[in-house]
Design a protein around this ligand. Structure first.
Ligand SMILES: [Zn+2]
Length: 145
């Protein structure tokens, strides 16, 4: 698996928001639920997040996001957690995750970098074309906030 950089992770506030989502999803062997959201950029480049409604143990549904925008803000990334660490659960993004990004015409905006998947050990990136790469160690990336 190749390593990949994603610019939203350079932003401390965004890393803090991901850490919060990870904590909120109650990671553990069982009993966790997925949390996710949009990372948005306004016209002057300010980043913000907008959480999605709480997901199930191994799925989450995105609110509508026509033209890769929420209001007048561009979606620059999406993220969701894989909180269940038991052997019944995939840690890395699965086929369904890849397809959800690749086949979503509203996740193809000019600024969209892909979907981050946060698991206990690693953070992965699903590129807009569905390809998965490893971004780095979760503790290292989220620990620095
Ligand atoms: Zn997933």
């Amino acid at each position: 698996m190749t390593q990949r950089q994603i610019t939203v992770l350079n932003d401390l506030t965004m890393r803090a928001a991901l850490k919060q989502a990870w904590g909120d999803s109650q990671p553990g062997v069982t009993g966790g639920h997925e949390e996710g959201g949009f990372i948005l950029q306004d016209a002057v480049g300010n980043l913000s997040t907008m959480g999605w409604p709480k997901g199930a143990q191994n799925s989450i549904i995105l609110p509508p996001h026509p033209n890769c925008k929420i209001g007048d803000k561009d979606i620059v990334a999406t993220f969701h957690t894989h909180p269940n660490t038991g052997s019944d659960y995939l840690q890395e993004p699965g086929e369904t995750d890849q397809r959800a990004v690749r086949d979503d015409p509203d996740l193809k905006g000019e600024w969209y970098e892909g979907e981050l998947v946060i698991s206990q050990e690693k953070i992965y990136l699903i590129a807009p074309n569905g390809q998965v790469s490893e971004v780095g160690d979760t503790l290292v990336i989220l620990g620095e906030t």
